[in-house]
Design a protein around this ligand. Structure first.
Ligand code: MLT
Length: 323
């Protein structure tokens, strides 16, 4: 009979994992956000946390874990207990990090369970309100005349504000002084406070500030003008041909999170993204909710893989990386 004991122990362990997955969630779920509170990733996270929590029957609370362009948070989530109580909202930084960071502590494809794609968000190129340039040609003349005296804020290596800033400097052929923050929330405060000159940031944060005239806007980063900002020209139409940056977001859990739990998380994310209030708010901020079939583990995995393959060669060719 003694040989049956290990078998019995294994079946009991499997049973208790299955029972825990069945009962999940029994307490609040933490959604880790890799940038500072108040910034665009945080805005999306807080918008969907409430309807997700309603769908799950437990609150979803936000934890901002900042630094190193989102990689500190990703490392923390990759090492978290895979029990469904830690989830992660990140943008396309998940796909650029492997090429940007030589000593990355996580593998985006191997260390996470994808839950689903979330939303696509365009960006805008902004300046402090008192920058002495009113039009895009005047901006170009100003930065050509002042070069590294002009400061360009971003949210660190791997942040999309960093990527957009790099593409902008390369397109206009001028090197500016970049100033990193823990997110574009604090970077925006510095722009509003006139401590930095320029910032490329997502419309989830910038649309209300542009409408209120609190910042100067010089262009949108996608090839078509935005319905919510019809008077703002694209960077492409102003001469930066092919300038096209749109920021996709995905939701993940640590690798090994039980499949029934991942399925419940995907279902809750789908409910949140179809919530009329969430959809309206995102549309007002010029953001596109991911199509339903992409709010799925397979949809996100396929997209993440394609994006890693797309950005890797571009970043390696540019020679931008952190040791
Ligand atoms: C943020 O939430 O602060 C931004 O997504 C940072 C960035 O990537 O630019």
């Amino acid at each position: 009979m003694r040989f049956l004991q290990p078998l019995l122990a294994a079946s009991l362990a499997a049973f208790s994992v299955a029972a825990a997955a069945q009962a999940w969630p029994e307490r609040p779920v933490t959604m880790v956000v890799p940038f500072a509170a108040g910034g665009p990733t945080d805005v999306v996270a807080r918008m969907i946390a409430i309807p997700m929590g309603r769908a799950l029957g437990q609150p979803v609370t936000i934890e901002n874990v900042v630094g190193a362009g989102g990689t500190i948070a990703a490392t923390k989530v990759a090492r978290a207990q895979p029990n469904g109580y830690t989830i992660f909202l990140h943008h396309m930084g998940m796909s650029t990090a492997p090429a940007l960071y030589k000593k990355l502590q996580f593998d985006p494809l191997k260390d996470f369970e994808p839950i689903g794609q979330v939303v696509d968000v365009p960006m805008t190129l902004l300046a402090r309100k008192d920058l002495p340039a009113g039009t895009f040609p005047e901006l170009l003349a100003y930065i050509r005349a002042n070069g590294t005296k002009v400061s360009l804020a971003n949210a660190g290596l791997g942040a999309v504000s960093h990527l957009c800033g790099l593409l902008f400097q390369s397109a206009v052929g001028v090197e500016l002084t970049t100033v990193p923050f823990s997110g574009t929330g604090p970077a925006m405060n510095a722009l509003l406070g006139r401590q930095v000159d320029l910032l490329c940031d997502q419309t989830t944060q910038t649309v209300p500030l542009i409408r209120d005239g609190r910042v100067k806007v010089f262009g949108v980063t996608v090839p078509q003008r935005l319905a919510v900002l019809p008077d703002v020209p694209t960077l492409d139409e102003q001469g930066l041909k092919g300038f096209d940056v749109k920021v996709w977001h995905g939701m993940y859990a640590p690798k090994g999170t039980p499949q029934p739990v991942v399925e419940k998380l995907t279902a809750a994310l789908r409910v949140a993204m179809q919530d009329p209030e969430v959809k309206k708010r995102l549309t007002d901020l010029s953001s596109d909710v991911a199509p339903l079939e992409k709010i799925s583990p397979a949809g996100l995995r396929t997209h993440l893989e394609a994006e890693i393959n797309r950005w890797g060669p571009v970043i390696r060719k540019a020679g931008v990386y952190a040791d």
